[in-house]
Ligand binder design. Structure first.
Ligand code: ADP
Ligand code: MG
Length: 386
């Protein structure tokens, strides 16, 4: 689960990490007050959306007058922000922050994540922070240092100093850097985070270290024991189709290709997507209807798949193990009866009672192409989606 920048900054502050003063507002009428209460002469108006790259998408606006801040608020609130990390519709801006402008002398990058390779929480740090960190990671990965934290201990001051030295910080900044790192580590371990990023972590012109941005992703599987964190969820920022799918115990992820896929089992779903790609197509989604699926769930899955604007054809790929293919076939027919079928469809059934299942579909008067062989099914659907 992701949270907003302003929520991350509240956590940062509670854990002793310096952040700029800011006000959260949801109505542009509140901008003037916010600027006045913050004081100073530079304000930064920032869209609160669950996506990075806001600066590049026009969602971070530096303002030198209150009038500018008001028009920036008006421009952002109520619109959608499209960034290099969103889809073409963008994310809705329901809240913004007005933040005290900072005098930046250096932008660093500091992150913590669970590194599966070393099975430990790992520090990522770089002197090349800021809006082009992705480019740094691709073109000069040596500029990002990586250090695993001993999973059996706590983060030690010594380790923080090592990281500070590796990125060449001046000695006068070691204490501030260390308390930032320890705050981050404690947020991470206290709340079951998967990833925390401060980009940029700035050094100001008067030598203070401040977190200017904050991104935190929490482990969904641990939310049950982190009530306060759970309450930070903003469902407005989540994909509507993914949300409705999860309410029906469907594992659904939107993708940007044209072949809708309905599959039972995550492994089979991955294999199906690979095969579609291999034959020149591209999947519009990842949808796993689960093991003991019901016709209601199949119907919901159809509804969700067909509502995707980019979907041109649907491939159903079911491997009947415990589930019998004849039940699945009936489920598919019931689903189509209920929600209608507006797209070409190929159904591949294999496993328990596959023959019976295919016969049921072939006998129906609905225009379903059946196929027992997965490769042939994939080739057919790629053709149809064209
Ligand atoms: P994103 O990463 O989504 O683009 P950031 O919060 O990192 O958004 O802001 C982008 C850039 O805008 C930062 O790298 C920094 O240069 C500038 N910026 C952001 N907040 C402030 C601020 N309070 N004062 C001065 N500059 C800022
Ligand atoms: Mg940033």
């Amino acid at each position: 689960m992701n949270i907003h920048e302003y929520q991350a900054k509240v956590l940062f502050k509670n854990y002793g990490i310096n952040v700029p003063n800011f006000k959260v507002i949801s109505n542009s009428n509140e901008t003037k007050n916010a600027c006045e209460e913050l004081g100073g002469s530079v304000w930064v108006v920032k869209a609160q959306v669950h996506a990075g790259g806001r600066g590049k998408g026009g969602g971070v606006i530096v303002c030198h007058t209150i009038e500018d801040a008001i028009s920036a608020s008006k421009k952002l609130l109520g619109s959608n922000l499209i960034t290099p990390q969103t889809d073409s519709t963008g994310q809705p801006i329901n809240k913004i922050i007005v933040e005290a402008g900072q005098e930046i002398s250096k932008e660093l990058y500091l992150g913590l994540l669970v590194d599966r390779a070393t099975e430990s929480i790992t520090i990522l740090a770089s002197t090349e922070g800021g809006m082009d960190i992705e480019e740094v990671a691709t073109n000069s990965p040596e500029k990002i240092i990586k250090q695993a934290i001993n999973p059996l201990g706590k983060l030690e001051i010594k380790e923080c100093h090592e990281v500070a030295a590796k990125i060449g910080l001046s000695l006068s900044l070691y204490d501030q850097f260390t308390s930032t790192m320890i705050g981050l580590y404690n947020i991470f371990t206290d709340n079951d985070a998967n990833l925390i990023e401060i980009n940029p972590l700035i050094i100001t012109s008067n030598n203070n270290i401040i977190a200017l941005d904050g991104k935190i992703d929490f482990d969904d599987n641990a939310l049950y024991r982190n009530e306060e964190i759970s309450s930070l969820r903003d469902i407005e920022q989540e994909d509507k189709k993914e949300r409705s799918a999860s309410e029906h115990q469907l594992n659904y992820i939107s993708l940007d290709g044209s072949v809708g896929c309905m599959v039972n089992g995550a492994g089979l779903a991955m294999a199906t997507m690979d095969l579609i790609e291999y034959h020149g197509g591209s999947p519009a989604n990842f949808l796993d209807v689960g093991g003991g699926t019901t016709s209601e769930r199949v119907a919901k899955a159809f509804e969700i798949i067909q509502s995707g604007k980019n979907v041109k054809a649907i491939l159903v790929n079911i491997f009947g193990g415990i589930v019998r293919c004849d039940l699945i076939a009936n489920g598919i027919l019931q689903a189509i009866e209920k929600v209608g079928l507006t797209l070409p469809i190929v159904v591949r059934l294999e496993g328990t009672n596959a023959q019976e299942g295919l016969e049921i579909l072939n006998k129906s008067n609905i225009n379903i192409v059946t196929e027992a062989d997965l490769t042939k099914a994939a080739k057919k659907i790629v053709e149809m989606a064209k």
